[in-house]
Design a binder for this molecule. Structure first.
Ligand code: C2E
Ligand code: CA
Ligand code: CA
Length: 747
């Protein structure tokens, strides 16, 4: 190579390198390489081309001096063991020198084209990457048969090296571009998918942060997607909703299993029932690879759920009254029966049938009949507890299933009879149908659900039989299936009638039993009701108080007692009536619940001009245990009127000791059963404990049922405040009490 050639070479080299460095296109660089070598080679008829290899096919990158048509014809040729010079060189990964195309077997298939374009020799060198991969070929054509010199080959190798750099760089860039394109493509697909997807897809971090939110239904979210991103669900959702969602996230991450569950939220769209599916996602954020995420897909299934409910309604509810139908009742009854078999508790089934419904239906038509049934259903619903089932079996037959009405037969009997009475009461008011008024009634049959060998079928049948017994009695009645219970009920009804008559005949009055302090000073008396029956003699309160309570007569009896208390107080001469003398009256549970208790008491006291501060109301622990809020309210109101409270039978009820301090109580009355056992250690301990408790609450302790001097001495020793019992005096009629009072009070 002479100096001139060398300097050309260096100039070309620089040009090519800078083009490569500047990242110019492959064809531009390729053309530069081809022209450079054509210029430097001695034979000026040389025509160069650079082909690149993609998937076993060769494509022209640059061939500035070759005929464009020739290039087009051989473009894309597949490489192989005898595919001209280039196809073969790329295939073999070694140089192929064909000095005479017309005689070369490698060119057998292509020589005609080459000769047409005046190409007679072709030297091809594979262009190989740094990783020894064939990237393409470099070819030098001549218009006459020709062999390369050693210098020609060196020169070619020199430029093939540049071609390799250019092609490799291009292929890397190409691959990157390809990857970016693919990514863009898949991103576009994902976007298109999530833009139409009705479900929500949320990416939530372990800590509850909304990292990404996808989906087309933004109204299923609390806020817009933009606003949600970056928020923590614990801040967005009410804690009652956030808590279970966090639990699901924790479970998903802990188990690595897909979770499927239902939940409900009040979102922009309104109240929505969702089906959620979660899966854990590893390495969601490359910049924060240690944090873990959950993919949360939420589907709105509100409509489906409503449809399901609708279907259930059709199957389980009566379309007219919307009450459970026979099918639902049977299922519930089966459950109740099983429960009762296990628990040993008692339930009841009441079968009711409207009296003379058929007559009304026939004369007024079905539409009016239907209206009546709807109204009956409405009134019944209003008196049924949530835990009980009210069902319509069809026609005018309804069933009330009471799941739990007590531990024993006796209590169940009272409870179910009370419910039957309440049902009868809903018929007290006339039914107004199409501007006509009707007085209706119903017949009820009751079957208690108890014991181990009961069956649903029997219960329905027994209640039905009992209902017919009520019909046979002329309707507007209730009957038990069990003959023993029926006798009991008949007796009660008889007694109720008798009580009513006796109130009129003034057979009730109050007796008074004194209460004294340890010095023997009279500090009060308890009023106890007595029924002096003209035939049966004195009937003890335990025999009629529960019935009076059940039949709603207790208030009338109580008024008799309170009037007697007033008369007594007005009959004790003022000099014998010490300032803190009080009379106790027993208050029954239903009275205590009643909102009119205060007025009832005050009306009588005002009439007799007696101050409320003279009256102590005795209530039991169990009355306080039921509805604490109401109890406190009721007591506070009465206390503000001047009444005081004593807790009767203390120690026997559910001790609601925790609340005791909240009640405005003056006194604890230790139950007689503990006084009976005061000579035993256990009894004594209980008495001591109660007295201690009273001391702590800064209230008084009184012992009832004190019968002996021994009991009195022990109680005195225990620091009791006061005492009531036969040891001092039995309950006495008013006049007898007044005499007694005078005797003990006079100095
Ligand atoms: P209670 O409130 O615990 O009344 C105390 C009962 O013990 C009274 O029975 C009383 O006569 C009796 N007693 C008092 N001292 C002794 C004693 O030393 N030995 C014995 N063995 N008994 C004694 P009574 O009058 O038969 O009343 C029974 C229950 O009937 C009362 O228990 C109370 O719960 C209820 N009662 C009585 N009168 C009324 C009333 O006017 N209204 C209400 N709602 N219930 C009443
Ligand atoms: Ca009492
Ligand atoms: Ca008592």
């Amino acid at each position: 190579m002479d100096n001139k050639q060398l300097s050309k070479l260096l100039t070309q080299q620089q040009k090519i390198l800078s083009k490569i460095a500047l990242g110019q296109s492959l064809s531009e660089i390729g053309e530069e390489i081809c022209l450079a070598i054509e210029d430097i080679l001695e034979d000026k008829s040389a025509k160069c081309s650079i082909l690149s290899l993609t998937d076993k096919q060769l494509f022209h990158c640059a061939a500035p001096s070759l005929d464009q048509k020739y290039c087009e014809i051989i473009n894309g040729v597949e490489i192989g063991p005898s595919v001209g010079s280039c196809g073969t060189a790329a295939y073999r990964n070694s140089r192929v020198i064909v000095d005479n195309i017309s005689s070369s077997p490698l060119w057998a298939d292509f020589k005609e084209v080459a000769l047409t374009f005046g190409l007679e020799s072709c030297w091809s060198t594979p262009i190989v990457s740094t990783k020894s991969q064939v990237l393409g070929t470099f070819a030098v054509y001549h218009s006459t048969p020709k062999k390369p010199s050693k210098q020609d080959l060196e020169l070619i190798d020199y430029f093939v090296h540049f071609s390799s750099i250019a092609l490799e760089k291009n292929s890397n860039a190409y691959q990157l571009k390809q990857a970016i394109n693919e990514l863009k493509n898949s991103n576009n697909k994902f976007k298109a998918f999530t833009q139409v997807m009705p479900d929500l897809a949320l990416i939530i971090s372990e800590q509850g942060e909304y990292v990404d939110v996808y989906g087309s239904s933004e109204d299923l979210l609390y806020y817009s997607m933009k606003e949600m991103k970056g928020c923590n669900l614990n801040d967005v959702l009410p804690s009652i909703d956030a808590q279970p969602i966090m639990t699901v996230i924790e479970k998903t991450l802990a188990t690595n299993e897909i979770q499927i569950f239902e939940y409900e939220l009040d979102v922009q769209k309104g109240h929505v029932i969702f089906e959620g599916r979660t899966a854990s996602v590893e390495h969601y954020q490359s910049e924060n690879s240690s944090s873990r995420h959950v993919l949360w897909v939420a589907r709105d299934i509100t409509q489906r759920k409503l449809a399901e409910k609708e279907i259930e309604k059709l199957a389980y509810y009566d379309p007219l009254t919307k009450l459970p139908n026979r099918r639902m009742l049977n299922e519930r009854l089966a459950i109740v029966v099983e429960k009762i078999k296990r628990s040993g508790e008692t339930g009841a089934l009441l079968f009711l049938d409207i009296d003379n419904f058929k007559r009304l239906n026939d004369s007024l038509g079905h539409t009016s009949g239907d209206k009546l049934l709807v109204e009956v259903a409405k009134r019944l619903e209003a008196i049924i507890r949530k835990s009980d089932t009210l069902a319509r079996l069809g026609g005018d037959e309804f069933v009330v299933l009471l799941e739990y009405i007590g531990h024993d037969n006796e209590q169940a009997n009272i409870e179910s009879a009370t419910v039957a009475q309440k049902i009868h009461e809903i018929f007290d008011e006339e039914f107004k149908i199409d501007s006509l008024n009707f007085q209706m009634s119903c017949s009820i049959g009751i079957c208690l659900i108890e014991g181990r060998d009961i069956s649903s079928d029997n219960i329905m049948q027994f209640a039905d039989t009992a209902m017919y017994r009520s019909k046979a009695k002329g309707g507007n009645n209730y009957s038990f299936y069990d003959p023993e219970l029926q006798t009991l009920l008949d007796k009660k009804i008889e007694l109720e009638t008798e009580i009513l008559k006796s109130i009129k005949d003034e057979e009730f009055c109050a007796y008074f039993q004194p209460q004294v302090n340890i010095e023997g000073k009279v500090i009060g008396a308890e009023a106890l009701i007595r029924w002096t029956h003209p035939v049966k003699g004195i009937i003890p309160p335990c025999e009629f108080i529960p019935i009076a309570e059940q039949f709603g007569l207790i208030q009338r009896l109580q008024n008799i007692v309170l009037k007697d208390i007033c008369k007594l107080l007005n009959n004790i001469s003022s000099d014998l009536l010490c300032e803190d003398f009080k009379v106790s009256i027993n208050i029954s549970p239903s009275q205590f619940k009643s909102s009119s208790l205060k007025t009832e008491l005050l009306n009588i006291l005002h009439h007799f001009k007696i101050n409320s501060s003279r009256i102590t109301l005795e209530i039991t622990e169990s009355m306080l245990a039921h509805d604490v809020e109401h109890a406190v309210q009721q007591m506070k109101e009465l206390k503000s009127e001047g009444f005081t409270f004593s807790i009767d039978d203390f120690g026997t009820g559910y001790s609601c000791l925790t609340y005791l301090h909240a009640y405005p109580v003056k006194e604890l009355k230790i139950d007689k059963s503990f006084i009976d056992r005061i000579d035993e250690e256990s009894g004594l301990n209980i008495v001591k404990t109660i007295i201690n408790l009273a001391r702590n609450l800064k209230i008084k302790a009184i012992a009832e049922g004190v019968e002996t001097k021994e009991q009195f001495e022990i109680l005195k020793h225990c620091n009791i405040d006061s005492i009531q019992g036969y040891f001092f005096a039995k309950p006495m009629p008013m006049n007898e009490y007044l005499t007694w009072h005078k005797e003990v009070s006079l100095p």
